[in-house]
Design a protein. Structure first.
Length: 249
C-alpha cells in the first residue's frame, strides 16, 4: 500500500487528477473506474483545468481513448434527474471534456429490472477488459461504491438496499431529507473493485479519519467493506492531513 499525505483537499484533488490523466495516457487502455460524491467534486474540477491546459492533439487523444465505468447509480433516477450520478458525471466530466455519453458508462437507474441491469453492467465491464485504475471514495460507514456493511470481499455487481447511515450521509443532494434519498442502488461489487489492476482511494476531511483508520489499520472484515482493499497488491491511498487524523503517522 502506498500512502500519500497532502496538505489539504485541493492538493489531493490536483494529485489525483494528474494520476487519472496519466492513466488515460498510459499503455493500459482498460477503462477507468470512476466515483461520485463530494470528495470527487474538486478532483474533477482539477481534471478539467488540467485537460484545458493540454494541447489540442493531446486533448483529442484523451477524448478518443476515453472509456470509464462508474461505480454506482441510484435506482429510480435517470440522467435527466440532476440528483442522479449520471447527471453528476455529465456535468462534471462528460460534457466539459467533450466525451460521448457512451464513453462514460453508469448502471441504468431506470432499468425495469435492477438486478438484471446489474448483471448486464457487470458483463459490459468484463467485455471491456475490466477496470484499469479504480478511483474510490470512502463512505462514512466504510462503504466503497455502495457496498454497504456487512459485505464480503467477493460480492458481485448487484442491486442492494442502502443503509440509513448512507441515506443520511447523502441527504444533502436531496434537499436534506434522508427519506428522499432512493432506497436502493446498483453498485459494482467488491469482486469487480478488487479485480481492478490499480486502486486509488481518496479520502479528505477529519470526519473520515476514524473510518479511514479502521479501513486500513484493523484486520479486514465485512463490517468495514473498505478494509478488503488492504489485500489489493496495488493500492494507492491519497489523503489530506485532516483525514489522516492522529493515526498512521
Ligand atoms: C457515496 C458513493 C461513494 C462515495 C462515498 C463518499 O455514497 N456511493 O462512491 O465515494 O459515498 O461520498 P462523499 O465523497 O460525498 O463523502
Amino acid at each position: 500500500m502506498q500512502v500519500t499525505v497532502l496538505a489539504d483537499a485541493e492538493a489531493v484533488a490536483e494529485t489525483v487528477a494528474e494520476r487519472l490523466l496519466q492513466a488515460r495516457r498510459g499503455s493500459d487502455q482498460r477503462p477507468l473506474g470512476l466515483a461520485t460524491g463530494r470528495t470527487m467534486v474538486p478532483v474533477y474540477a482539477a481534471l478539467r483545468r488540467r485537460f484545458d491546459r493540454l494541447s489540442a492533439p493531446e486533448q483529442q487523444a484523451i477524448r478518443q481513448g476515453w472509456r470509464s465505468f462508474n461505480l454506482d447509480e441510484y435506482v429510480g433516477l435517470g440522467p435527466s434527474d440532476p440528483r442522479s450520478f449520471a447527471a453528476f458525471m455529465a456535468e462534471q466530466l462528460q460534457g466539459p471534456l467533450g466525451l460521448a455519453p457512451i464513453q462514460v458508462q453508469l448502471p441504468d437507474g431506470l432499468a425495469l429490472d435492477s438486478q438484471q441491469e446489474a448483471g448486464r453492467y457487470r458483463e459490459a465491464l468484463i467485455a471491456a477488459g475490466g477496470i484499469g485504475l479504480q478511483l474510490l471514495g470512502l463512505g462514512s460507514n466504510g462503504h466503497v461504491g455502495f457496498n454497504e456493511p456487512p459485505c464480503p470481499a467477493n460480492a458481485p455487481c448487484r442491486c442492494l438496499e442502502l443503509s440509513s447511515a448512507t441515506r443520511r450521509q447523502n441527504a444533502a443532494a436531496f434537499g436534506g431529507d434522508p427519506a428522499a434519498v432512493p432506497e436502493r442502488a446498483i453498485t459494482l461489487g467488491t469482486a469487480e473493485i478488487l479485480s481492478a489492476r490499480h486502486l486509488l482511494l481518496v479520502v479528505t476531511g477529519a470526519a473520515k479519519a476514524e473510518i479511514l483508520r479502521r479501513s486500513l489499520q484493523e484486520p479486514s472484515c465485512s463490517e468495514v467493506p473498505a478494509s478488503w482493499l488492504q489485500h489489493h497488491p496495488r493500492l494507492e491511498v491519497v489523503v489530506d492531513r485532516a483525514a489522516l487524523g492522529t493515526f498512521l503517522q
